[in-house]
Design a protein around this ligand. Structure first.
Ligand code: HEC
Length: 652
């Protein structure tokens, strides 16, 4: 291959996974670079447990780093630094001036009734998967929206996330509020009816997970103060008072410098099950980095206190040195098998299921790209069903001739999408979609014995199936991304779009290939990467071309679509626009309000920073909606469930 082409690929690969870390150090002359080298690097480049890798610091907001040095956990380490040095090192790490980071536009605060939390409004169901089974199916009485209403959906309000190019946190509707996390680490409680801000909470770093809250009987007050749970990029897990935004507890889920929490934790019976992933897959692109020492894990925490009940690794043995690369860097193994999908709890069998990603170093082991069952009581690994063997891969493999690429140079076929527990009459199946584009059904009464498998998409580093399928009755809806990557050549043609399978047999019921409306627009691609959601008769899917589409569940016909890349005025006084839909933040529907998170400025996708709320009836005013004013809401015409207004106190 020509050298120019190789360099272009290398640049694309680096920009894709590692925004600034190893892509040269253009800021080496920056006054903060010296401060960093002398006072921070010894701990923050992988050597010291618990200290987040430099790569994470670079993904933080400048003011958050500055706060850590001045009033937060790094005060002692920064004690010898002058005010100028603290500012310089924070600005050096992020590339953004402190003043700019602090100068956030004032957000519209709720006043009057819009500011009040309705304690009788219990969350409809606990969790990312819309029910305990990760089906992502929302029944009509919760959705308050029927298939007939969908073509009349209109934008009701939009909220622009400050300092954000992507929106990965799935919103939660409860207490008349919409709770959502964001890239700069702020978690918001917004009034569901108008989008004004009730409170803000600042986590250490980006909140990629959705939010979970325990449920209580609808129409009653909760027995205890309602807690919101989520995780952040630094692998910190939080419990925050849902009424005030006050921190109740926070724990670090893993000591590894590259550990992160991407999946929304699962909440069951007073326990929070946290899946731990990492960005070491990217750190490994540095040929001097000893790859790799991270192992995926699941943690069971007491939801009330944060106390650890158990922690169980996806790879039982700890990594050790197994050899050296040709440039003399130690190879550590076994490693990898991260978990970045929400586990599903099977209370009847006393098990919890989750899928793993690839190994980071060679040799690959038996629990990567696998479906694992852990015992709820103590975390013991009960069974493992590997679907792709020999998959050792890391970002070094996307760079020409990088010695840290494992000999396997695997396909990177993680299970990124959450597994679904399908209860189909007598059968209990675990349904799992892989980045390979394949879907698997396992028999839960026979220790995960295979029932059927079906190749739906071509597959690739960004899926295949990427973040989440949905199950409506016995119909499994499979979103396919099949995004092409500059650094990898695929022989088979891409098959982006939405597919429906018979969940019992894997038979293809219909296919709805995605139209390519990108017209060569940079970072635009037609497929579906984001998790999808279904209500009776309809599947909602956000595409990587920025369109939110509603499909007929029985035919795959597009019933409605809207282009979220158009600029809109947000209730918080900023102009906002969406971009690609990506990550785990699938559409949420409650009481006639459809919430969609648009923008995925990472991994070669279109940036955007908006949470969009649609309903049937009154469209949003073109100017900022008045904070605090309870705008009358159009109700839906759904015959099965007359919907109450969003934010109304009539909790279903
Ligand atoms: C002696 C080792 C050490 C040194 C030196 C050090 N750090 Fe840290 N740093 C840590 C550890 C350990 C943590 C994690 C603390 C925790 O999670 O409780 C951390 C956390 C952080 C965080 C994240 C805080 C958060 O909100 O989670 C930032 C930002 C940070 N360090 C910046 C710096 C900067 C900038 C410097 C240099 C001025 C520096 N650190 C020097 C060990 C160190």
């Amino acid at each position: 291959m020509r050298r120019g082409a190789l360099l272009a690929i290398a640049a694309a690969a680096i920009a894709w996974f590692v925004p600034a870390a190893f892509a040269a150090e253009p800021a080496a002359a920056h006054p903060g670079a010296r401060v960093y080298a002398q006072h921070c690097a010894s701990c923050h480049e992988g050597g010291v447990p618990k200290s987040p890798h430099k790569m994470f610091l670079q993904l933080m907001a400048t003011d958050a780093i500055h706060d850590a040095l001045t009033v937060g956990v790094m005060q002692a380490q920064a004690a010898a630094l002058s005010a100028e040095q603290r500012q310089a090192v924070a600005e050096y790490l992020t590339g953004t001036p402190l003043a700019e980071a602090r100068n956030r536009p004032p957000l519209a605060r709720c006043t009057g009734a819009a500011a009040e939390f309705d304690l009788r409004d219990s969350p409809a169901k606990a969790g990312w998967g819309m029910d305990g089974d990760n089906s992502r199916f929302i029944p009509t009485d919760v959705a308050g929206l029927g298939a007939a209403d969908v073509p009349r959906l209109q934008l009701r309000w939009a909220f622009a996330f400050p300092q954000a190019q992507r929106v990965r946190s799935q919103p939660l509707v409860a207490l008349g509020a919409v709770y959502v996390g964001s890239q700069n680490g702020t978690v918001y409680a917004l009034d569901a009816a108008t989008g004004c801000v009730r409170w803000e909470f600042r986590a250490s770093a980006e909140v990629r997970t959705g939010l979970v809250m325990a449920t209580w009987p609808a129409g009653e007050a909760p027995g205890e103060r309602p807690l919101l749970h989520f995780g952040d990029l630094m692998a910190r897990v939080y419990a925050v008072d849902a009424r005030t935004g006050e921190l109740v507890w926070s724990v670090k889920a893993d000591d590894h410098p590259n550990a992160t929490v991407t999946a929304t934790p699962a909440l069951h019976d007073g326990r929070l099950y946290v899946a731990v992933s990492s960005l070491e897959v990217s750190t490994a692109a540095d040929p001097k980095y000893p790859c790799c020492s991270f192992r995926g894990s699941i943690l069971a925490l007491d939801a009330a206190t944060g106390a650890t009940a158990w922690k169980s690794y996806t790879i039982p043995e700890a990594p050790r040195e197994v050899g050296r690369t040709r440039v003399g860097t130690p190879i550590l193994a076994p490693s990898g098998a991260p978990i970045w999908n929400t586990p599903v709890v099977d209370a009847r069998r006393g098990l919890l299921y989750a899928g793993t990603g690839e190994n980071y170093s060679s040799p690959a082991g038996p629990t990567s790209d696998a479906l694992l069952a852990f015992r709820l009581a103590d975390g013991a690994l009960v069974w493992a069903r590997q679907k792709t063997a020999g998959d050792a891969w890391n970002v070094a493999c996307m760079l020409p001739d990088n010695p840290n690429c494992p000999v396997e140079d695997g396909p990177d076929y993680d299970f990124g999408a959450a597994t679904i527990h399908a209860r189909l009459g007598e059968r209990s199946l675990l349904l799992a979609g892989q980045k390979s584009g394949e879907v698997f059904a396992l028999d839960l009464d026979r220790g995960g014995e295979p029932v059927w498998r079906r190749k739906v998409g071509r597959g690739g580093i960004q899926g295949g199936v990427h973040f989440g399928m949905a199950l409506g009755g016995d119909r499994l809806f499979v979103p396919i991304s099949d995004k092409d990557m500059a650094a990898r050549v695929y022989e088979q043609p891409a098959r982006p779009g939405l597919y429906a399978l018979d969940a019992l047999t894997g038979r293809l019921l219909w296919e709805s290939p995605a139209n390519d409306v990108c017209g060569g627009r940079p970072f635009c691609s037609p497929g579906i990467g984001q998790a999808i959601t279904t209500i009776p008769g309809v599947v909602f899917a956000g595409h990587m071309d920025g369109r939110l589409r509603a499909y007929a569940a029985d035919t795959g016909r597009v019933l409605w679509e809207t282009d979220t890349t158009r600029e809109v005025s947000a209730v918080n006084g900023m102009r906002a626009r969406g971009g690609s839909f990506g990550g785990g933040a699938g559409p949420v529907v409650r009481r006639g309000l459809l919430l969609a998170s648009s923008g995925y400025g990472i991994y070669e996708h279109m940036a955007g920073n908006v949470l969009l709320a649609y309903s049937v009836g009154t469209p949003a005013a073109s100017t900022a909606a008045t904070a605090g004013a309870a705008t009358p809401v159009g109700t839906t015409s759904s015959a099965t469930a007359p919907a109450a207004a969003p934010g109304s106190s009539a909790a279903p």
